[in-house]
Unconditional design. Structure first.
Length: 264
């Protein structure tokens, strides 16, 4: 058989295999990057994803060469996706003991305190978790870490609400004596509700929280490692601190090594 005939018969097969490999690699690198409406960490404005977490994730994407869009979705939907599908990243997720083995983690990207809040002037005094358990009702957002934490701590007086905005409005309208939320996201929620920071009082701090970008368990460990390395580099060169100051002025940005938790 002439040499050119062999080449003609083999070459198409080689090209097909090469293209298949390229397509497979590109597909493997595709990420679904999700966040929820959780100002100032992530939110949608005029169809664009914005917030502290969004800025951090986009800078990591720039440094790692990832070009996938960030989608803002309801938290339950985003949580289901990262829990059950490969190549999904969700932020900003609180890293808790119950979630530790379920996901791969990049962070921390933010820190906050989770407290029980009551309407100012209510006269309610909370000095312990047992005091809180004796209250008629405590509002928490369904499937948020706040919900999962109080459930784990044995609370049976929880009222589940669909969104943080709903919870704040209900608290301001005396629909329940307590709500459980983060000090970082509360100011934006109050402003959105037309209320002042002084309208609610922090009655008892339950835990400190650090939030992360959570990757689904089936995501490539190499991708997760590259994202963590990029975030660590941002913390060293000051770009992360600049993003943090933009969205949370006066708050201390997280370090490369996570701070110990104040969990009960």
């Amino acid at each position: 058989m002439p040499v050119f005939s062999v080449r003609q018969s083999v070459l198409p097969g080689i090209i097909a295999c090469w293209l298949a490999l390229l397509c497979s690699t590109a597909h493997a690198m595709e990420l679904q990057i999700l966040a929820d409406e959780n100002r100032p960490l992530s939110f949608s404005e005029n169809g664009q994803a914005k917030g502290l977490g969004v800025d951090v994730a986009q800078e990591i994407q720039r440094r790692t060469g990832n070009k996938n869009a960030i989608e803002i979705q309801p938290w339950p939907r985003a949580y289901r996706a990262v829990s059950s599908e490969p190549n999904v990243a969700v932020f900003a997720m609180a890293r808790t003991a119950a979630r530790e083995e379920l996901f791969q983690w990049v962070g921390p990207i933010s820190a906050s305190r989770a407290s029980l809040y009551g309407k100012r002037g209510s006269g309610l005094v909370i000095n312990s978790l047992e005091d809180a358990k004796a209250v008629e009702r405590i509002m928490v957002v369904r499937d948020f870490y706040t919900h999962q934490l109080l459930q784990k701590l044995g609370f049976t007086n929880l009222e589940l609400v669909p969104k943080p905005e709903t919870m704040v409005k209900m608290a301001l309208n005396d629909r329940a004596p307590l709500m459980f939320t983060s000090n970082v996201t509360l100011p934006e929620l109050l402003e959105k509700a037309g209320a002042k920071p002084t309208d609610l009082d922090a009655l008892y701090t339950v835990t400190s929280i650090q939030t992360y970008i959570a990757f689904s368990a089936a995501t490539s460990k190499d991708i997760v490692a590259k994202w963590q390395a990029a975030l660590d580099a941002m913390k060293r060169d000051g770009s992360y601190a600049a993003i943090y100051a933009k969205w949370l002025p006066g708050e201390t940005p997280t370090k490369i090594k996570p701070e110990p938790s104040l969990a009960p």
